[in-house]
Design a protein around this ligand. Structure first.
Ligand code: BJW
Length: 233
């Protein structure tokens, strides 16, 4: 019987809300490989460019809305009486707006700023390019996007690992399986005895590691999956 669930989401869950994925034909970084530009080194080379890019994406948050996949996961979170952890690689806030609470943003959040002077993380909705002062220490020009770039440690790894080790069910939704450590979660969960299910528009790099892969848009697959889970309660 399934009690403890870990759900991993990627860019595909937000695609139908109009948030571009990273590695699709209309990839987010406009012809550049995300692996080349989403790095601390790229930020050190050209901070203004990186700040402008994230400022534009942060501003776009106000123009997009949760889709049926986010809303279904919010419904699951409210109704599931046992352990549940939704781990998202996404930096948008669509899971929160879809009602999810047991949620962990492992790659950071657009709506947060990280001060390089005092290390504080502060909620942030406006632009950063002009070098505003940190709300915590008041130092100007030291805020960077609170985003996990390549080579940086994702957030919440201890919590995630512990949940994966205890999970009965691991579900990966809309992620290409190209970025670690997230791409390795299926192996950890499977090794620990969880049933592993993938929901994706197309087969991913790691489909073969799941017990089951369901293909289709997240807006259709996720509500059906949540109905299935809740009807088995
Ligand atoms: C739909 C759909 C629809 C579309 N419905 N589906 C081996 C082991 C461990 C680490 C490494 C390793 N080898 C290399 C590394 C290091 C590196 C890494 O993984 N590099 C790879 C290139 C190989 N990883 C790191 O550096 C990470 N840190 C780290 O490893 O620290 C050390 C450590 C070691 C061990 C344990 C713990 C820590 C940090 C990674 C940071 C990733 N950051 C980014 C950018 C954020 C900035 C920004 O947002 O601008 O995060 S990269 C980018 O990729 C973003 C995403 O979260 C991430 C994953 O992408 P995602 O979500 O899978 O999107 P896509 O576009 O790739 O795929 C979309 C999917 O949706 C597709 O499958 C579509 O089919 C599907 N889809 N429409 C359903 N409607």
């Amino acid at each position: 019987m399934v009690r403890r669930i870990v759900i991993l989401t990627g860019a595909g869950v937000s695609a139908e809300s109009g948030v571009p994925t990273f590695r699709g034909p209309d990839g987010l970084w406009e012809g550049e490989r995300v692996e080349d530009v989403a790095t601390p080194e790229a930020f050190a080379r050209d901070p203004a460019r990186v700040q402008r890019f994230y400022d534009a994406r942060r501003a776009r948050l106000a123009e997009v809305a949760p889709n049926p996949a986010h809303i279904a996961l919010g419904r699951l979170d409210r109704a599931w009486p046992h352990d549940l952890l939704i781990v998202t690689q996404n930096v948008d806030d669509l899971h929160e707006r879809g009602g999810a609470v047991r949620l962990l943003h492992m790659h950071g959040e657009l709506a947060s700023a990280w001060c390089l002077a005092c290390d504080a993380r502060s909620p942030w909705r406006g632009p950063l390019a002009a070098g505003p002062a940190c709300p915590a220490c008041r130092t100007p020009g030291q805020l960077r996007p609170d985003i996990v770039w390549f080579g940086e440690m994702p957030y919440g790894m201890e919590t995630i690992d512990a949940a994966l080790m205890r999970a009965d069910l691991f579900v990966a939704i809309g992620t290409s399986g190209q970025v670690y450590p997230a791409a390795g979660f299926v192996d950890l969960a499977r090794h620990a005895g969880a049933r592993c299910v993938e929901l994706n528009l197309d087969p991913s790099m790691i489909s073969g590691r799941f017990h089951e892969s369901r293909l289709g848009p997240a807006s259709k697959l996720v509500p059906a999956f949540v109905d299935e889970m809740l009807s088995a309660l």
